[in-house]
Design a protein around this ligand. Structure first.
Ligand SMILES: Nc1nc2c(c(=O)[nH]1)N[C@@H](CN(C=O)c1ccc(C(=O)N[C@@H](CCC(=O)O)C(=O)O)cc1)CN2
Length: 289
């Protein structure tokens, strides 16, 4: 026993199910039987939906494999009608980043990743423009140029999917990628695509939110990271940030102020997703920070 105890692996269990007594008891009892030690636990009882959400990070003997634990957990999962998933903690998530012609979010993610601040493994950069070819090269990352027109969108999206699969990616980040993904692609990658929208949603949807903000004369601007769905700028919100602005600021100034907020909001959303801290709750999210 002691020998096995020394080498451990950390796993994460995320689950949701109809709320009722006994869920935490069943989960913690199962983990105790697995000789596991809980090192972090969070839960939400959502009265509005009657659903229960939980994230547990635990240490267990090093030869434990997530799928084996998942199999052994099946009886508990079935008893409580859970949607449950086991993941390896602290494993960098294979990620593909998409960008168009505005690069501050891409640049920020690359530097945070290089600095060990993001638990992801960037596998490739994909763009419908060539602008950031050299930036990708400076980080020794593959760069794929896939031009998109209304005529070639299906082929272009198939090329993206081929790269995503070939790289073994699990997350697609739209870091100011300015093409609308098709319904089919959104369904194929549901829950795996995070976009940064440069406004405080639900205000100012679309391609030019800073101009809209200027025209409306708002005193706060912001950014929103959300999961991508077929409905433009409507996906479940993960994180938001705001900055105060005033009457003297033109659209260019608002755009400049917004950049930093976009960077911070997107980086937080990517980090939390890669740490399995986000659970979908209908068209909303539960984020166990
Ligand atoms: N299916 C989805 N695809 C994308 C989403 C999304 O929410 N669902 N978000 C966008 C990013 N985005 C805002 O954050 C956005 C991008 C593009 C447009 C837009 O109107 N694009 C025009 C073309 C603009 C251009 O070429 O510069 C268009 O597609 O006709 C609006 C919002 C990423 N994809």
């Amino acid at each position: 026993m002691t020998q096995r105890r020394n080498q451990t692996v950390k796993l994460i269990l995320t689950l949701s199910c109809p709320d009722r007594p006994g869920i935490v008891h069943a989960v913690s009892g199962f983990l105790f039987a697995e000789e596991a030690n809980i090192v972090e636990a969070s839960q939400l009882n959502d009265a509005s939906t009657g659903l229960f959400f939980m994230r547990v990070k635990f240490e267990c003997p090093s030869d434990t494999r997530p799928r084996d634990v998942e199999e052994r957990f099946a009886s508990v999962s079935n008893d409580f009608a859970m949607q449950a998933k086991f993941s390896i903690a602290d494993r960098p998530m294979p990620t593909v980043i998409m960008v168009s012609q505005i690069g501050h979010c891409l640049n920020d993610l690359l530097f945070r990743h290089r600095s060990g601040l993001l638990p992801i493994d960037i596998r490739a950069i994909v763009s419908n423009h060539r602008d950031f070819y050299q930036l990708a090269a400076s980080y020794d990352l593959p760069f794929h140029y896939i031009p998109v027109t209304s005529a070639n969108k299906p082929e272009a999206e198939q090329k993206l999917l081929d790269i995503f699969q070939a790289e073994g990616a699990e997350l697609l980040v739209l870091a100011r990628y300015m093409q609308v993904l098709s319904n089919g692609l959104c369904q194929r990658l549901s829950g795996q695509v995070i976009n940064i929208h440069h406004s405080f949603l639900p205000s100012f949807k679309g391609a030019r939110p800073y101009q809209q903000a200027f025209d409306r004369g708002v005193k706060l601007i912001g950014a929103t990271a959300h999961y991508v769905t077929a409905d433009l700028d409507e996906g479940p919100i993960i994180e938001q940030g705001v900055e105060r602005v005033d009457h003297a600021m033109d659209p260019a100034t608002l755009t400049a102020i917004g950049r930093d907020t976009e960077n911070v909001v997107l980086a937080r959303a990517v980090k939390w997703h890669a740490e399995h801290r986000i659970l979908l709750n209908g068209y909303k999210t539960v984020v166990f920070q």
